[in-house]
Write a protein that binds this ligand. Sequence first.
Ligand SMILES: *[C@@H]1O[C@H](CO)[C@@H](O)[C@H](O)[C@H]1NC(C)=O
Ligand SMILES: *[C@@H]1O[C@H](CO)[C@@H](O)[C@H](O)[C@H]1NC(C)=O
Length: 224
Amino acid sequence: MNHPQEGVVYGYSELTYVSTAGPPPYPPPPPPLPPPRRRLSPFRILIRAFIGALSLLIWLIYRPRTIRVAVATAILAGFDLNTTASSFSFTPVLSYNLTAVVEIWNPNRRVSVYYDRLQASGIYQGERFGWAPLPVSFQGTRRADAAPAVLVGRSPAYVNADAFGEDSRVGVFPVELCVEGVVTREVQVRRADHHQGEHADGKCLLALKLMVASGWVDCTVIDF
Ligand SMILES: *[C@@H]1O[C@H](CO)[C@@H](O)[C@H](O)[C@H]1NC(C)=O
Ligand SMILES: *[C@@H]1O[C@H](CO)[C@@H](O)[C@H](O)[C@H]1NC(C)=O
């Protein structure tokens, strides 16, 4: 007596399930078998350690080291701000005469460096006031070059006249020299391995007194 009733109830609930939630659920797939463990023999471990040590050694020998940039000396022979508005513009005009000797050093034993569009620009109060190309296009291994950069001229610059007056009174102008270029490294293995040229940036923070040659200043190099 009980059995048929149970059967009816079961059939009814199955029917409602089908009508509301689509096809009946399939049984879940069996859990995947764990992958068979491969045991590493001591010989295999030794081979892997050897390959690892060899790659580390090769990387240590051939890894390109960062190019170094410094300002060996710099002299600010003139720095003047003209705030008198001209008939052309109201922007103050900055006259400058800055000579810097930029030292560029490739410390690598096996990596030569090609430079493209290498230049130095002067920045004061965040304003770029002039630039000069640096005559260095290639550096062999472990080589240092001193490149002169002469920034002379006058250019409109949004310089704050009060801050300029204050720097003038103190007698020290915080000038940033920015060395930029595209650097292509060439690793000297049996077959020369060219690396893609990448943009490089060196920032040299100078504190310049008029007509006083500055000492050595190391630059912060980014991306070199
Ligand atoms: C810039 O300064 C140098 C001295 O460092 C001087 O010989 C040269 O005449 C100056 N140039 C200008 C345009 O003032
Ligand atoms: C400053 O600029 C104005 C307008 O360009 C010019 O007339 C004046 O001679 C300049 N002053 C100096 C000291 O160069």
